[in-house]
Design a protein around this ligand. Sequence first.
Ligand SMILES: [Zn+2]
Ligand SMILES: [Zn+2]
Length: 276
Amino acid sequence: MSLRFRVLGSGSTGNATLVEAGGTRVLVDAGLGPRSLAERLQDAGVDPASLAAIFVSHEHGDHARGAAAFSAKWGVRLCGSRGTYAAAAFGAVEISGYDVAQAGVPRRVGALTVTAVAVPHDAAEPFAFVIAGDGACLGHATDFGHVSRGLVEAFRSCDALLMESNYDPAMLRDGPYPWSLKERILGPLGHVSNDDVGRFLGRGLGEACRLLVLAHLSQQNNHPEVALMTAETALRRRGRTEVRVELTSAEGTGWITVGPPANGHGGGGSRQLRLF
Ligand SMILES: [Zn+2]
Ligand SMILES: [Zn+2]
């Protein structure tokens, strides 16, 4: 028994992460079309109708594009903020149902407990999520302009983190985007850079964390090797070489298992991580 997750898509082409523990499965985001979401779930050996809920982080298309149609087709309820409900116009289309999540209030979904965390991003009411089950805990945050104190606190006890590492600042500045878009991405409500992630790893990473998955990498303004090297350098400087760093491409990852504490009692230094 353990918590495991699998990224089904990541980045501007569409985000979705499947999380499972104790026989309960949820999606974080549904930014792929309903057909390709169903295909990627089936590739993972998961019946789309078996999902307990889809947690929608915010209304931007790369996170919410397929949510309504998938919900209606497979009878899966959506869950997210009031602001996301309004901004995504979920009230105007057919969906299986919508549960309003509030930041900081844990929500029990079968064997999983999901807690929303408010994040700074230029959307109506965007959330990150902390998902716990089977004695392990995953922090999941894409699309946020800076690492807020609230996010650091919420992630402090997580065994694994999936975080965006969106851009390399020099590549973004010198790249082809119009200046207005560059300003938006660079701003406090835009996206976080490799360097922002590095600073967080140096100062805010919790002791329990053993795995970091870097996600939502820009194809225009980042190189996977640069994102990886920046994170690994920050961890090495901090003496945190036990933290494994993984990258996800647009196509996602295989299953990643976050084991419960090896001695069954918690304790930062004794957590076990298995990857396969
Ligand atoms: Zn996004
Ligand atoms: Zn966004």
